[in-house]
Design a binder for this molecule. Structure first.
Ligand SMILES: *[C@@H]1O[C@H](CO)[C@@H](O)[C@H](O)[C@H]1NC(C)=O
Ligand SMILES: *[C@@H]1O[C@H](CO)[C@@H](O)[C@H](O)[C@H]1NC(C)=O
Ligand SMILES: *[C@@H]1O[C@H](CO)[C@@H](O)[C@H](O)[C@H]1NC(C)=O
Ligand SMILES: *[C@@H]1O[C@H](CO)[C@@H](O)[C@H](O)[C@H]1NC(C)=O
Ligand SMILES: *[C@@H]1O[C@H](CO)[C@@H](O)[C@H](O)[C@H]1NC(C)=O
Ligand SMILES: *[C@@H]1O[C@H](CO)[C@@H](O)[C@H](O)[C@H]1NC(C)=O
Ligand SMILES: *[C@@H]1O[C@H](CO)[C@@H](O)[C@H](O)[C@H]1NC(C)=O
Length: 563
């Protein structure tokens, strides 16, 4: 009997696991109307640049959804479908006025399924994010006015009041919840005198909560007094051995320099970050007494004196525990000693790499769960131009976990991925950074200053495991004799290749900072970044001007969600 129950349970769980995996393709959801009768889910696939929508409307009549420049019908790109007496219907239209939209010459949307159930019509469909059809709307990583309408029957006619609009940033979705009565923990410094040095790292080790039971942080908001100098902030939790609070310059040998479990990260240009609905960063409870280290990087290029700053982060929390505990894994290149190499001056695209080989995770955690990565924060300093995070399984690259082809030091933020990506035990994560040092006459060190360089990717995932960083650096003891700092670009390629092929020394540590070091990693080749091609049936139209305009710039990063 018990076995049978167990069996039923496992079948049930296998089954629910299956449905949630399907949902993972559409991690985002918004009600488009105030009465919660029109629900839109969506997600997008990085590689093909397709976006999938599921529109669920409490109506058995026709349902319509579209993108509109103004929120009105005029100029809108619209799909209308339903389950009718003669079967399913679904078409791509465009509106040229406040009347029945016209059928597109090119039908650019694909219907995946159409279901009518319990008085609700659920229409699932897909299109290319970047359409080359002038009758379709080009989706960008900006807020877009979505429109909807529906009828009470399948005869497509005037919708009356059953219509509306809502502005949503589909490709860079950050739900905006302002709730002035919501509770938050404050992790901030008080009256720090910022020295007139160009670069200054201040560290404050403190207790941030008195929560005796476990809570979840669901939103992180910067609380910045001097936006001109506060460049980035990281909040780490400390191992239990760190018991003394302090308020000092960082990395002066204090014990708290060992607090390296990232809890929250914010970079210049970033805003409020809200975690997915089913996940939260744990705080309080058994961890009640642990200390946190807030690290603020002040960037003061004008070397202003006399700035006294009180900045930090607000961590909004709830006692309504969410399904998953979130962890943040720091991957990329170990930025601190003993790295011995420099980036040569006068290089237009010099590459650095860091490896995270999750094969070693089993030394810390057993069994290692599948890590569901839902957001990423990419980080380099001033010379950084591109960051790519390759995801490898069985020696082959299967995906990118982050891709920023137009990295901007001033615009760093945690960005949700378009779909949830699964990192399995044994997968490898390679972070590649591209630097431009054409304006420099001296070599650039790897290090903590803004004028040094870093190459990091913070992966937000669940369920949380105890591992906090998984970084590497090339074993440069083997490099000393052929060390190259030449400004001659002809020599850069050889030097870069030499660095890339040196054995990688890998550093993996957990929240208790038990580093494990492995010395023989290597950097695999990364695939070319996907480009947007207009997959148009009419080859003459395939080089449409909007695509050319977009290709030159932002579209790759839009596709990959890393702004
Ligand atoms: C819409 O329909 C669904 C499915 O029948 C139902 O669960 C939900 O309560 C309905 N919503 C409203 C606001 O009536
Ligand atoms: C705002 O936060 C309070 C306290 O956490 C909560 O009780 C309330 O339901 C929230 N309101 C909204 C609209 O989310
Ligand atoms: C910080 O400085 C302000 C202004 O001088 C002062 O009012 C406040 O008491 C100071 N706070 C602390 C904790 O020293
Ligand atoms: C600021 O720069 C001076 C001179 O280079 C140096 O001696 C000092 O240690 C620096 N202060 C901090 C807090 O980094
Ligand atoms: C920098 O590189 C350019 C070619 O990209 C080369 O013409 C120039 O001589 C280099 N500058 C120095 C100082 O070597
Ligand atoms: C780097 O390589 C040298 C020579 O093979 C080796 O002796 C040394 O242990 C390596 N260093 C690290 C940190 O693995
Ligand atoms: C990752 O570790 C596994 C097991 O030690 C090894 O076979 C594999 O080559 C490593 N991958 C890289 C890229 O170093």
């Amino acid at each position: 009997m018990f076995t049978l129950l167990l069996f039923l349970f496992s079948v049930l769980f296998a089954w629910t696991g299956g449905t949630s995996a399907a949902d993972d393709g559409m991690p985002f959801m918004e009600y488009l109307d105030p009465n919660r009768l029109v629900c839109l889910k969506w997600g997008f696939d990085n590689v093909q640049g397709e976006i999938t929508f599921q529109l669920a409307v409490n109506s058995t009549g026709w349902v319509g959804f579209g993108f509109s420049p103004s929120g009105e019908m005029y100029g809108a790109d619209i799909v209308i479908g339903g389950v009718g007496p003669n079967g399913n219907y679904f078409n791509d239209y465009h509106a040229i006025g406040e009347f029945m939209p016209l059928l597109d010459k090119e039908q650019s949307y694909t219907l995946l399924s159409m279901v009518e159930n319990d008085g609700q019509t659920i229409m699932t469909f897909q299109r290319a994010i970047q359409s080359c059809d002038n009758e379709d709307y080009h989706i960008t990583a900006k807020p877009i006015k979505l429109i909807y309408a529906y009828g009470t029957s399948d005869e497509i006619k005037y919708h009356g009041p059953r219509r509306g609009t809502k502005e949503v940033n589909l490709l860079n979705y950050m739900p905006r919840t302002s709730n002035s009565s919501a509770k938050y923990l404050s992790a901030k410094v008080t009256n720090v005198t910022v020295p007139s040095n160009k670069t200054y790292y201040h560290c404050k080790v403190m207790k941030i909560s008195d929560l005796s039971t476990k809570h979840h942080i669901y939103q992180i908001e910067p609380d910045i007094e001097h936006p001109d100098v506060v460049h980035h902030m990281l909040l780490y939790h400390c191992p239990p051995g760190v018991t003394e609070p302090y308020d000092n310059p960082c990395y002066m040998g204090d014990k708290g320099d060992m607090c390296f479990g990232v809890v929250a990260a914010w970079g210049a240009g970033g805003g409020v970050y809200e975690l997915p609905e089913d996940a939260g960063i744990p705080v309080g409870g058994a961890d009640n007494n642990i200390l946190y280290r807030l690290e603020i990087h002040y960037n003061n290029p004008q070397q202003k004196a006399g700035i006294v700053d009180s900045s930090g982060l607000r961590l909004y929390y709830t006692d309504q525990l969410r399904q998953h505990d979130v962890g943040i894994l720091n991957t990329g290149m170990l930025p601190i000693l003993p790295v011995q190499y420099t980036i040569p001056p006068n290089a237009s695209d010099f590459h650095s790499y860091g490896l995270c080989n999750t094969s070693y995770f089993s030394q810390f955690v057993s069994p290692v769960p599948n890590l569901q990565v839902f957001a990423v924060l990419l980080h380099t300093h001033l010379a950084g131009r591109k960051i790519r995070v390759g995801h490898f399984r069985n020696g082959n690259q299967i995906d990118f976990l982050g891709l920023e082809e137009n990295y901007n030091f001033e615009m760093q933020q945690t960005v949700n991925l378009g779909s949830i990506k699964t990192v399995m035990q044994g997968d490898e994560i390679i972070v590649e950074c591209t630097y431009d040092t054409k304006d420099r006459t001296r070599p650039t060190k790897i290090g903590l200053s803004t004028y040094d360089e870093m190459c990091l990717a913070f992966l937000y995932y669940y369920p949380a495991i105890s591992i906090t960083s998984c970084l590497s650096q090339p074993n440069t003891t083997l490099l000393s004799t052929t060390y190259n700092q030449s400004p001659d670009p002809k020599e850069h390629a050889d030097y870069e290749e030499m660095l890339k092929t040196l054995p990688q020394v890998q550093f993996i540590s957990d929240a208790k900072r038990r580093p494990s070091v492995h010395i023989n990693g290597f950097i695999r080749e990364m695939m070319a970044s996907p480009t947007v091609e207009c997959q148009h049936e009419n080859p003459a139209k395939s080089l449409c001007t909007s695509c050319i305009a977009n290709m030159g710039g932002v579209i790759l990063s839009l596709l990959w969600m890393v702004v």
